[in-house]
Design a protein around this ligand. Structure first.
Ligand code: B12
Ligand code: SF4
Length: 444
């Protein structure tokens, strides 16, 4: 069987396609199937996608979707299916946590719940054998019963390395995962829900690859082309101190190119920051999310203090690593006073740059449930885009004008921080930088 994965871009800027197909494609190939890939860029029309489908002649189409991609994907799939009779499977975060919604849309035949490697293989085997697809673990067939989850893949080192062509990376810039799962309980986070989904069926989702396996993948990449930079995309790279302490010297010795990680301020300390810096880490992304300890603790279930955040930023800066922080605006229960605290914290701490998003309640998360229970979701919320630029919620303490006001404050602050990096130049001298900040401010 041949599966064609179609990546649905929602904006031009992402440097990597969805990682799911990059992981599933080599696995099903190993089991004797074929897998190919097409990236539907923003400018591509459904006609262009259909031309690719005709060129690849697949037996099934695969879509990897986060919520942001859903609106474009569902329209695309409906149009595709009017022209060609090829079954469609959707996998990833959005189909896993909104499977009924996905399957109720025209053109979607299957949803992959959770990890996709073995489930997709089982589906392709079954279709090839011409047998009924109901009852395959992890694959929900349209019109059928919800299946059981398939056990998480073990040992994770046995998975094939990701297919770099399917990831569609810029040459030499590599995107890597060393682990799956995050044990924290942040209420806004869809990533956390992987663990909970498996826990409901008595399974444990968290796993980490061995150092050797990760290094071997990077060495294989280098043997086949340039290796200039590694983006580690694990939810929390610094989760396990021992793992990091033994990985960093090996990375330095065998790989040695610059890299970035995602972290959380209560999983990192001064020594670890220096270990990372010594190994070549140049950028750490942290989730600060709010400057209000009340919001972080009570609404987001992130109990770290502002003092701790400031301290970690100082360590990161002192080690010569760029700290990039994420903030949110427009949470349920948040007030103008909380947002003042966010702007204040963002102005005080040392950070190289930051991103700020208007809160969107992702299906499956605790805060999605809260929004539903408190009547904050409008009736047509499924039709509204997950663009992080405006709120889809009817918040009790914040109006849309409030959100816009604080969004603009964060934009102005970001502009100041970016300009301060080159104090000799004025805004007029840096049209590209100004355009970049404005673009980011209007894209999300
Ligand atoms: C790396 C990453 C990115 C990368 C790659 C995106 C991706 N989808 O892979 C980039 C930088 C592009 C990115 C961007 C964004 N991201 Co992001 N990202 C992540 C992160 C940290 C890790 C993903 C990862 O490592 N995947 C590894 C692969 C192997 O796992 P996987 O994707 O789950 O795939 C497995 C299964 O789901 C399944 N599967 C997946 N696809 C398919 C397809 C088929 C056909 C089948 C059968 C199976 C299948 O099989 C795979 C292998 O087992 C996750 C957090 C997380 N842990 O999930 C957030 C996450 C996915 N991102 C998120 C968000 C919000 C975004 C943005 C909207 C951010 C923004 N503000 O604009 C954008 C949207 C991107 C877009 N395309 O429009 C949210 C999504 C929530 C939701 N419900 O939509 C997450 C969950 C973060 C969070 N804390 O909540 N992101
Ligand atoms: S620490 Fe990050 S990945 Fe883990 S649950 Fe919280 S937001 Fe999600």
């Amino acid at each position: 069987m041949k599966i064609l994965f179609i990546e649905v871009d929602t904006e031009a800027a992402w440097t990597v396609a969805s990682l799911g197909p990059g992981a599933v494609a080599p696995y099903v190939r190993q089991q004797g199937h074929e897998a190919s890939f097409f990236r539907a860029r923003v400018h591509h029309t459904v006609r262009d996608v259909l031309a690719e489908i005709r060129r690849h002649q697949p037996d099934i189409l695969g879509f990897s979707l986060v919520t942001k991609q859903w609106q474009r994907a569902r329209k695309m799939v409906a149009e595709i299916r009017r022209e060609v009779d090829i079954p469609v499977i959707a996998g990833g975060l959005h189909p896993t946590f909104s499977p009924e919604e996905v399957l109720s849309n025209p053109g979607f035949d299957y949803v992959c719940l959770g990890e996709g490697e073995e489930s997709t293989q089982a589906l392709l085997d079954t279709l090839e054998a011409g047998q009924p697809t109901e009852g395959i673990d992890g694959i929900w067939t349209r019109g059928g019963q919800r299946p059981s989850m398939r056990a998480p893949f073990e040992p994770i080192d046995d998975l094939p390395f990701m297919d770099r062509a399917v990831l569609d990376e810029p040459e030499g810039v590599i995107h890597m995962n060393t682990q799956r799962g995050c044990p924290f309980v942040c209420t806004y986070c869809a990533a956390r829900m992987w663990n909970e989904l498996y826990e409901k069926e008595g399974r444990f989702y968290g796993r980490r690859r061995s150092h050797q396996n990760v290094l071997q993948e990077l060495e294989t990449i280098r043997a086949n082309g340039p290796l200039r930079w590694v983006n580690f995309l694990d939810d929390i790279f610094t989760l396990d101190r021992e793992w990091v302490a033994s990985f960093t010297p090996l990375y330095k010795k065998h790989i040695g190119v610059g890299f970035s990680v995602l972290s959380r301020v209560d999983t990192i300390d001064e020594r670890m920051v220096h270990m990372l810096a010594d190994a070549g880490c140049k950028m750490i992304t942290y989730g600060v999310e709010s400057g209000s300890e009340r919001v972080r603790k009570r609404i987001l279930h992130r109990p770290m203090t502002n003092e701790r955040i400031a301290q970690v930023m100082d360590w990161t800066h002192a080690a010569g690593i760029m700290a990039i922080n994420n903030y949110m605006i427009g949470l349920p229960g948040e007030t103008r006073d909380d947002l003042d605290q966010t702007v204040a914290l963002a102005s005080q701490i040392k950070q190289f740059d930051f991103a700020y998003y208007v809160f969107y309640p992702y299906p499956g998360t605790k805060l999605f449930q809260t929004c539903k229970e408190q009547g904050l979701l409008p009736p047509d919320y499924l039709e509204l885009p997950a663009n992080h630029r405006g709120s889809i919620l009817r918040l009790k303490h914040l109006t849309n004008a409030d959100i816009q006001e604080y969004y603009d404050k964060m934009t102005a602050l970001r502009m100041r921080i970016c300009l301060a990096r080159e104090p000799t130049k004025s805004m007029e001298d840096q049209p590209e930088l100004v355009a970049h900040v404005s673009r980011v401010a209007t894209t999300f």
